[in-house]
Write a protein that binds this ligand. Structure first.
Ligand code: SF4
Ligand code: SF4
Length: 206
């Protein structure tokens, strides 16, 4: 329906919360455009080398913070039972973040296909496979074309969903072909993120 926006579980069924947040962002941009604010340029991302990422260690060592709940005798009707974290608790829980915006970035020019990263990965998410066994779209075809007759060339394939960003592959790599890099979004005023911060500032000031 025109001018009706829907996302999250209601539109797509149960998924992880970050996908519902992305739906909210898309809807906000569409509503902004619909109401005459014009199209907002997409925030551009850039990668920043962050060295060794040990977010996974913090996650293990710091216990999960217990969510405060309403006393049993006050639970009436449809009142929400869970309450927000306090400031201190919120900070502790946030410090358990797995920082999954940190990615392993592979430099194919440096890789000697030694398989060291594949061997050390604790989650088994890396594989060394012949390029000839890969299937994919035009981008992969372009890579194949660039490799020319080298049908025996190898490639490192990664299952992103299993990676815990431990950085062991980076430490193991003998040629420095792997770096751990954080994806950061451009917050300049003309981007969606910049616009969001500007509007939040207006709301707080107002
Ligand atoms: S960061 Fe850790 S889990 Fe991810 S690919 Fe490297 S070794 Fe495997
Ligand atoms: S450890 Fe480094 S050089 Fe060896 S296969 Fe992995 S990325 Fe390539």
């Amino acid at each position: 329906m025109p001018a009706v926006y829907c996302g999250g579980d209601l539109a797509f069924g149960p998924r992880i919360v970050i996908e519902a947040e992305a739906d909210g962002k898309r809807a906000a941009l569409a509503i902004h455009e619909y109401l005459g604010g014009g199209a907002v340029p997409r925030s551009r991302g850039r990668f920043r080398d962050v060295g060794l990422n040990r977010g996974g260690d913090r996650y293990d060592r710091i216990p999960r913070q217990v969510i405060p709940t309403v006393a049993v005798q006050r639970r009436t009707g449809f009142r929400e039972v869970e309450e927000p974290y306090g400031d201190e608790q919120g900070r502790i829980e946030a410090s358990r973040c797995l920082t999954c915006n940190v990615e392993t970035v592979f430099d194919s020019e440096r890789c000697i296909l030694c398989s060291g990263c594949v061997d050390i990965c604790p989650e088994g998410c890396l594989s060394l496979v012949p390029v000839s066994r890969l299937t994919g779209g035009p981008e992969l075809d372009a890579v194949r074309a660039a490799l020319g007759a080298d049908a025996g060339a190898g490639a490192i394939v990664k299952d992103e969903e299993r990676c815990i960003r431990c950085g062991l592959c980076m430490e193991r790599c003998p040629t420095g072909a792997i770096t751990m890099e954080a994806l950061e979004l451009d917050e300049s005023p003309q981007t969606a993120l910049g616009l969001f911060h500007e509007r939040m500032g207006e709301v707080q000031r107002g």
